[in-house]
Design a protein around this ligand. Structure first.
Ligand SMILES: Nc1nc2c(ncn2[C@@H]2O[C@H](COP(=O)(O)OP(=O)(O)OP(=O)(O)O)[C@@H](O)[C@H]2O)c(=O)[nH]1
Ligand SMILES: [Mg+2]
Length: 664
């Protein structure tokens, strides 16, 4: 694989799409091939929109498309409809069907359908390492013989087998690997019906006006696919085809005693099962692996919850513990070396005000980003990556199912909620795994209340540090109660029956160091590229306002809310307003307005209120943008407004409660 751009003028172009079940490793493969950064993690349904990238290989410029996971090519789900349209209409040069070697039979069900569609196919037999660890070996050569298409074993996360995969892709694109036209057949009577119908279809329509191959259309008509029925109905002579299809479908139903879509599906399952049996070898007896034992504990009705609580507390302690060590180190570095050194260096050549801007504004901003925010972000990012890759997320989703039903949701909604602890933006996008609009709205409303990494930094760096670990923990608990109450209230306002939880449970996987490192680095990079400059600019801006004597007018305009209602020092209004841009600014600007030490202007009780309000009020601009994209303007504004009102009303009530208790 070559880097982009090298001698790319005379390259031949290829369009390749990655298709396959959810959670098989399509995005991992896509990332390896293109060097891009699609979401990869161990739960089904991460990729929700197709992504494109380019790579160069052996004189070809290959455009690769990462598709959402699909299980069949029916008309029942939007993704599947889009996928088959894409394959038939846009006609990519090659479809790479990514299948999971440890779940061959289930994966082949889609492979068979891609073959029905007569797509130019290469099968990527992924996760062979994981299958081997479970004692499963697949004879890929035999599978290739049986299917009549190239089958290449790969390990997407390490890049093993990718060269061979690309070779096969090019061979298929160049037509060196011609496929047998019908490599497998259904049972005789079913096959006869399909042939008869396909002949009739061919009489009336060509592939040009039908888009799809006649045999595929015949199968779909027997499956009573409404989209294909509509398509055929619009052809001249379509009525006759539909009538014949109906007659044949009835004939099948009488002969097999089951609805004709079921007859066809079970035919496919039978073939997939035979194929899988013929090429799989179990190298050792399947025994209870460590993963399965883990499964039993983590999904247990009592032990599961206990473990979840322990994990959450452990994560909390770890983030604070490690964060504190790094923060102490960075503080020392800045106070003892960076600031004195820079002032010493610049003092002779710069006037006092300029030195002030550099030391307080620029270095102060860097200090805020690197010594206050980053130390807590780093352990949080690593933990989130571990959580995403391990396979624990879908288990928690199952565990939380009964509780989520109280909000009219099912357990799957818990996945975006947990992702929210990392960042609300992917959590908003993650709402798409919910089936109905109503559920998506409820989850969207609650997801923005989840304390993201930046808000965790505020809680850790302010409350945990100055008021103690227990008050900080209390904030999280209040937050969970609030999430629940908001979800429940939304459920009462937007009634509807909760849908049952159907989610594939991926196996536990030992997270790979490389994958964790890549994810953590990607998130750190975006922090350094987007948040850090904003933090530095914010600090410079504050310094400038201070120099111009403009801070007080801003702060006193907000005083009725900050001092009057929330019992905070008036300066606190400034970080709260600018935190709208990015929640990290809340803490760095607070440290700035407090002259370096928040404890100088706030007591522990006020820090508690301040953090509470920051935790709840409007998500940052990036989240609002994501909300607009996912839910439209109206709902995005409504969701944001609800969060501000909640923050202010509850913050004021909390302040009065603390005053009553004598904690202010
Ligand atoms: N051991 C092993 N793990 C893999 C391999 N390929 C992918 N994985 C892991 O499998 C999980 C799913 O990978 P993804 O690339 O996110 O899967 P996907 O097919 O894009 O999933 P969706 O977007 O949800 O449909 C991740 O935890 C990967 O780290 C592999 O070859 N070997
Ligand atoms: Mg994906």
């Amino acid at each position: 694989m070559e880097a982009e751009g090298r001698g790319s003028k005379r390259k031949k172009a290829l369009q390749v799409a990655l298709a396959g079940n959810a959670n098989v490793g399509k995005s991992a493969l896509f990332n390896q091939l293109t060097g891009l950064n699609q979401t990869v993690g161990n739960w089904p349904g991460k990729t929700v929109e197709r992504a494109e990238g380019t790579l160069y290989f052996k004189g070809y410029r290959i455009r690769v498309l990462d598709l959402p996971g699909i299980y069949s090519l029916s008309a029942y789900s939007q993704e599947e409809l889009v996928a088959r349209e894409y394959i038939a209409v846009e006609r990519p040069d090659v479809i790479v069907d990514v299948i999971d070697a440890s779940a061959l039979e289930r994966n082949l069900y889609l492979t068979l359908q891609l073959m029905e569609l007569e797509a130019p196919l290469v099968v990527c037999l992924n996760q062979v390492d994981f299958a081997a660890r479970r004692g499963i070996r697949i004879d890929h050569k035999a599978l290739s013989e049986l299917l009549g298409v190239p089958v290449v074993p790969t390990v997407a996360i390490t890049g093993k087998g990718l060269e061979e995969l690309l070779e096969a892709v090019i061979a298929v694109a160049e037509g060196r690997e011609a496929r047998k036209s019908v490599p497998f057949e259904f049972k005789e009577d079913v096959e006869r019906c399909i042939r008869e119908l396909a002949e009739e279809i061919k009489k009336h329509a060509s592939q040009e006006n039908l888009k799809y191959p006649a045999r595929w259309v015949a199968i779909k008509l027997l499956e009573r696919d409404p989209e294909v029925e509509r398509l055929v109905g619009s052809l001249s002579g379509g009525k006759a085809i539909l009538e014949l299809a109906e007659r044949l479908a009835r004939r099948l139903e009488e002969a097999h005693g089951a609805p004709s879509p079921v007859v066809i599906a079970s035919e496919r399952y039978a073939i997939a099962s035979l194929l899988a049996k013929a090429v799989s070898r179990f190298t050792r007896e399947p025994r209870l692996t460590l993963e399965e034992k883990l499964d039993a504990i983590t999904c247990h009705r009592i032990a599961g919850y206990a473990l979840l609580a322990i994990m959450a507390l452990g994560a909390y302690a770890l983030i604070f513990g490690i964060g504190n060590i790094i923060a102490g180190f960075m503080e020392e570095l800045f106070d003892a070396y960076v600031v004195p050194y820079v002032s010493l260096l610049l003092a002779p050549s710069l006037p006092a005000w300029a030195l002030n801007v550099i030391c307080n504004g620029l270095l102060g901003g860097l200090f805020g980003g690197l010594a206050i925010v980053l130390p807590y972000l780093l352990p949080l990012y690593v933990l989130i990556a571990l959580l995403e890759d391990s396979g624990y997320l879908p288990r928690v989703a199952c565990l939380m199912d009964p509780i989520m039903h109280k909000m009219g949701l099912h357990g799957k909604a818990f996945i975006p909620l947990i992702l929210g602890y990392g960042c609300n933006v992917p959590a908003c996008v993650g709402c798409r795994i919910m089936e109905t609009d109503r559920e998506r709205t409820i989850v969207g409303l609650t997801v923005v209340l989840v304390p993201c990494s930046a808000r965790t930094v505020i809680i850790m760096g302010l409350v945990a540090r100055y008021a103690g670990l227990w008050p900080a923990l209390l904030l999280y608990l209040i937050n969970i109660a609030l999430l629940f109450a908001t979800g429940r209230a939304a459920y009462k306002l937007l009634p509807g029956e909760p849908v049952g939880l159907i989610m594939e449970m991926p196996p536990y996987r030992r997270p790979m160091l490389k994958s964790i490192a890549i994810k953590t680095w990607a998130r750190l990079k975006s922090f350094i590229a987007i948040a850090l400059p904003l933090i530095v600019l914010g600090s410079l801006f504050l310094e400038l306002l201070d120099a111009l004597g403009l801070i007080w007018p801003v702060v006193s305009a907000l005083a009725p809310i900050t001092s009057g209602w929330l019992f905070l020092p008036p300066e606190a209004g400034f970080p709260l307003v600018f935190g709208f841009l990015r929640k990290e600014l809340v803490i760095t600007l607070l440290v700035d307005v407090a002259g370096g030490d928040p404890a100088a202007i706030m007591g522990p009780g006020q820090m508690f209120i301040f953090s509470f309000v920051s935790m709840i009020y409007v998500p940052c601009v990036a989240t609002i943008a994501a909300l607009v994209r996912e839910f439209g303007w109206k709902k995005a504004m409504l969701i944001s407004l609800v969060s501000v009102i909640l923050a202010l009303v509850l913050g004021g009530l909390l302040a009065r409660l603390l005053l009553l208790l004598g904690w202010l």
